[in-house]
Design a protein around this ligand. Structure first.
Ligand code: DAH
Length: 338
């Protein structure tokens, strides 16, 4: 009996089944009523009880092997059959709804890329910040209105933990931990306790820029911003700097770009011919010292722009609320990302 089983095993080891016809022959030979397995079980009944234990084990092993062999081949062959016979390869493919990038991401990526080309690397900081990084290290006097409840979302009063109101807080983190030269841009989301309207929101996005080195001048700042404006808005773009005030820069300026109406005056520029895009200035020596950089050795410039504002100028979307409403009718107008 044992040698008979071994012989069947050898026979099976050489079996190759390539189609359903061969598989049916296999089934008839091994698994049918009068097949090899049933015949073995018949023979088994006639064995002496001493021999039954070992033979029983072997037959069961063989049965399992044959059943598995059969089902695996059956599955493979039936899958193959559907693949080869049920597919119409001339049918057009299913339409894939791939969506599009959010305009804020597109604008952010484009700004990042322009500054990357000038050697600026990207840095990041937390949205929940302490008073030091958002205000104190940036030279805000203790009674500055920006610290007020009306402008800032407070998480905790003492110690003061806030939702950052601007990405300038990342400047401080970078200066505290990096040795100059520093050439970085810092994109991120910011929060302000403002009434939501077409022109303002309680959260929006900014990109901060910072360059710290020896002998950095205002001319470096102006040239960098002119390069950016021409790259982003087109080569014929002009810029204009107006004196301004920020606690963390001295001198400070606001930057306008020329409107596409070429000074003729339009609704977008409110008939001035200019569009405000960002704030900037030379980093105040106090800020450098607060961040443990020697203001007698180093100087630098900084700038900050609102991404929604830049997107407004680029796409002329006049209601800031639409950026965060997830309305597919708005979002699907922006070209798909392939
Ligand atoms: N932090 C300013 C704001 O949120 C923007 C800004 C102005 C950033 C001037 C700067 C800068 O780095 O130099 O309005």
């Amino acid at each position: 009996m044992i040698s008979k089983i071994d012989k069947i095993k050898q026979e099976l080891a050489l079996k190759i089944i390539t189609n359903l016809e061969e598989l049916e022959k296999f089934r008839l030979r091994y698994l049918s009523k009068k097949g090899v397995l049933n015949q073995l079980f018949e023979d088994f009944k006639l064995l002496k009880s001493d021999d039954k234990k070992q033979a029983g084990l072997k037959i069961n092993e063989l049965k399992e092997f044959i059943s598995e062999f059969y089902t695996t081949h059956k599955n493979n062959l039936s899958q193959e059959a559907t693949h080869t016979t049920n597919y119409d390869l001339s049918l057009p493919g299913d339409f894939q709804n791939i969506g599009s990038r959010h305009p804020i991401s597109t604008v952010k990526n484009e700004i990042n890329a322009i500054f990357n080309r000038l050697g600026f690397t990207i840095s990041d900081g937390p949205e929940i910040e302490d008073d030091w990084h958002v205000f104190s290290a940036l030279n805000f006097p203790p009674d500055h209105p920006a610290r007020d409840m009306q402008d800032t979302f407070f998480i905790n009063k003492t110690p003061e933990i806030v939702l950052r109101t601007h990405t300038s807080s990342v400047q401080v983190r970078v200066m505290e931990t990096t040795a100059p030269p520093i050439r970085m841009i810092m994109p991120g989301r910011v929060y302000r306790n403002e009434a939501i309207s077409a022109r303002s929101h309680c959260f929006f996005h900014q990109i901060e820029g910072l360059y710290i080195n020896k002998n950095v001048s205002f001319a470096d700042l102006k040239q960098t911003l002119l390069f950016f404006a021409k790259e982003f808005f087109g080569t014929s773009t002009k810029i204009r700097l107006r004196p301004s005030y920020f606690p963390f820069t001295e001198p400070s300026a606001e930057v306008d770009i020329s409107c596409t109406c070429n000074g003729k005056g339009c609704n977008l520029c409110k008939y001035t011919g200019w569009l405000e895009i960002l704030g900037c200035g030379m980093v105040d020596p106090n800020v450098l010292d607060y961040c443990n950089l020697d203001s007698k050795i180093y100087s630098g410039y900084a700038f900050g722009m609102g991404i929604e504002r830049i997107a407004l100028v680029k796409y002329q979307v006049k209601d800031i609320r639409i950026y965060s409403e997830n309305d597919v009718r708005f979002l699907s107008q922006f070209s798909p990302v392939l």
